[in-house]
Design a protein around this ligand. Structure first.
Ligand SMILES: C[S@@+](CC[C@H](N)C(=O)[O-])C[C@H]1O[C@@H](n2cnc3c(N)ncnc32)[C@H](O)[C@@H]1O
Length: 188
C-alpha cells in the first residue's frame, strides 16, 4: 500500500513539475502574447466588455484588481485619464458607493455625448498634457486627501501626482509594469 501511495505521489509530483509556471524570458513571452491576443481580438474582448451596460475598455482581471485597490486604499479622489464611454468611471464610482467614500475625475480629449452620470463622477474634457486640463484636475484636489492616480505615467498622471503631493495629499498610482522602473525614477 505504502509503495502504491508513493507511486501516486511520484506521478502527482511529476504533474506538478510539468505545470510549473514559465519563468524569465519564457514568462515574459507568455505575458506579451496574452496582451497581444487580448488586444487584437478586441471584438471579443475589450470592445465587448460592459459594466452595467456601459462599454468599459478593460480586462476584467484589471477591474478586479481596481476593486481590491479601492477597498484597500479608500481614496478620496481617483484621477483617470481616458474616459471613453465612461464605463470605468462608473465602475469606480460604484465601488466608491460600496465602500462609502471617494469621487472620480475622468479626463478625455474627446467630448462624448451620453456619458453615464453619477454623483461621484466629474468629467473633464481636454488633453491630458494641456495646462487648462491640469487646472481643472487641480480644482478637484483637497489638501490632505488620499488620491489614487490611474496611468501615473501619462501626462495628466505625472502632473496630478506632483500637484497632489505639492498640496500635501497621499498619492497612490497604477502604472504599466513596463513603465514602472522609469516611472519610479522620474516621478516618485
Ligand atoms: C482606452 S480608452 C479609455 C478607456 C476607459 N478608461 C474605459 O476603461 O472604458 C482611451 C481614451 O483616451 C482618450 N485620449 C487619448 N489621448 C488623450 C489625451 N492626450 N488626453 C486625454 N484623453 C486622451 C481617448 O479619447 C480615449 O477615449
Amino acid at each position: 500500500m505504502a509503495e502504491r501511495f508513493s507511486l501516486i505521489e511520484r506521478i502527482l509530483n511529476r504533474i506538478d513539475r510539468a505545470r510549473r509556471p514559465p519563468a524569465g524570458r519564457a514568462r515574459s513571452r507568455v505575458v506579451r502574447r496574452f496582451h497581444r491576443l487580448y488586444y487584437m481580438t478586441s471584438r471579443r474582448t475589450w470592445r465587448n466588455t460592459f459594466f452595467l451596460g456601459v462599454p468599459i475598455a478593460k480586462c476584467p482581471l484589471d477591474l478586479w484588481v481596481y476593486q481590491e485597490i479601492i477597498n484597500e486604499v479608500r481614496p478620496d479622489l481617483i484621477v483617470e485619464t481616458g474616459t471613453a464611454h465612461g464605463g470605468s468611471a462608473l465602475y469606480m464610482a460604484t465601488l466608491c458607493d460600496l465602500v462609502g467614500r471617494g469621487r472620480v475625475v475622468s479626463v478625455d480629449i474627446v467630448a462624448r455625448a451620453g456619458l453615464p452620470q453619477h454623483p461621484r463622477v466629474n468629467y473633464v474634457v481636454g488633453s491630458s498634457v494641456a495646462p487648462e486640463t491640469f487646472e481643472q484636475v487641480r480644482e478637484q484636489l483637497r489638501p490632505g486627501e488620499t488620491v489614487l492616480v490611474h496611468a501615473g505615467g501619462s501626462g495628466i498622471g505625472t502632473t496630478a501626482i506632483k500637484m497632489a503631493k505639492a498640496i500635501g495629499c497621499t498619492v497612490y498610482t497604477t502604472v504599466g509594469s513596463d513603465e514602472s522602473p522609469a516611472f519610479a525614477a522620474h516621478v516618485l
